[in-house]
Write a protein that binds this ligand. Structure first.
Ligand code: BTN
Length: 322
């Protein structure tokens, strides 16, 4: 039915087609037409709807050209296998299912849009069609479970570098894994892991980068907190180019990490951090604490210098500048 609606609206691209006419041609109710239009909007199609006149198709979604990306990955011998879905509830859920069915390290699920994108701490993640990169990557490093935060740090560093070279936007890292520009979030990471006998069995690194949304495309409640690379750079950014650059940067850092451990990643992270040296308030599972964010420890925890001169290290939670 969606295909038929698109065909009719495409044929009449320069004027409106009424809901009445669509429902007659498709032999369904006006409510059914409206539901299909809503579905298509979720897939990234943009329609103008005018009372009494009907609908007009004004924009088709910008779909990822993954063939080109896959070709380049092969050429550069990068060990990633990308699976693509147009719409899904969450690529995290998809990746968990894949890994449980034996998917290998380097398998990536990318969706054009997510209907229930997941953020950290049980929050939701706004993932409209064609406007960002919403992806989950399967990793299977042979490390103890308490080193998992290091992979988050590694991923944030790779993202900073890729965004800088593909979009020419300088982003800073807010501990633990938010990428900010002008104090607004442009990218978030959700790391979920499974362990056996204290060693990691696998990790799913979920990455959400807000790329080509205009300000009015964000929900009202995100206006003061979120931004996109398009808003910050004033130019549309190629999602393919950014994806490719990220995979290259990630691969390089991951190799370095597996060879030499966390040391170099930690230095790179500290260099991009906007948290260190700040007075912060941290809300963690264990309570609230206030102090000065001093450094990362060797595991990836944030060492906070308290007012009484003692130090506490936090491994998860939200922090706020003071
Ligand atoms: C956060 O900052 O709260 C983390 C956001 C992570 C969002 C990404 S989008 C792709 C992947 N699938 C999800 O459902 N979430 C992550």
């Amino acid at each position: 039915m969606n295909e038929q609606i698109l065909r009719i609206l495409n044929e009449h691209a320069d004027h409106y087609v009424s809901g009445e006419r669509l429902s007659q041609q498709l032999n369904c109710s006006r409510t059914a037409v409206w539901k299909h239009i809503r579905q298509l909007r979720e897939e990234g199609y943009e329609f103008e709807a005018a009372p009494r006149l009907g609908y007009r198709l004004i924009q088709k979604p910008d779909l990822l050209n993954l063939d080109a990306v896959r070709q380049r990955l092969k050429g550069e011998e990068l060990p990633f296998a990308i699976q693509y879905v147009k719409m899904t509830s969450s690529t995290q859920t998809d990746a968990h299912r894949l890994v449980e069915h034996g998917a290998e390290e380097g398998t990536i699920v990318i969706a054009e849009s997510q209907t229930s994108g997941k953020g950290r701490m049980g929050r939701s993640w706004f993932s409209p069609a064609g406007k960002g990169l919403w992806m989950s990557m399967i990793l299977k490093p042979d490390i103890p479970i308490h080193f998992a935060p290091q992979l988050t740090m590694l991923t944030t560093v790779a993202l900073c570098r890729a965004i800088k070279s593909a979009a020419r936007v300088e982003v800073g890292i807010k501990w633990p894994n938010d990428l900010l520009v002008n104090n607004k979030k442009v990218c978030g990471i959700l790391l979920e892991s499974s362990a056996e006998d204290e060693r990691l069995k696998y990790v799913i690194a979920g990455i959400g980068i807000s790329i080509n949304m205009r300000k009015d495309e964000f929900p009202e409640e995100l206006h003061s907190k979120a931004t996109s690379l398009f808003i910050e750079s004033g130019k549309p950014v190629s999602r393919e180019q950014l994806l490719l650059q990220f995979l290259k940067d990630f691969h390089l850092l991951y190799k370095l990490y597996k060879l030499n451990g966390f040391g170099a990643i930690r230095t790179l992270w500290e260099d991009k951090s906007i948290t260190l040296g700040q007075r912060i308030r941290a809300e963690t599972g264990g309570g609230v604490l206030e102090g000065m964010a001093e450094r990362l420890n060797e595991i990836g925890g944030l060492v906070v210098l308290m007012n009484d001169g003692s130090r506490q290290t936090i491994y998860s939670g939200d922090i706020y500048s003071q």
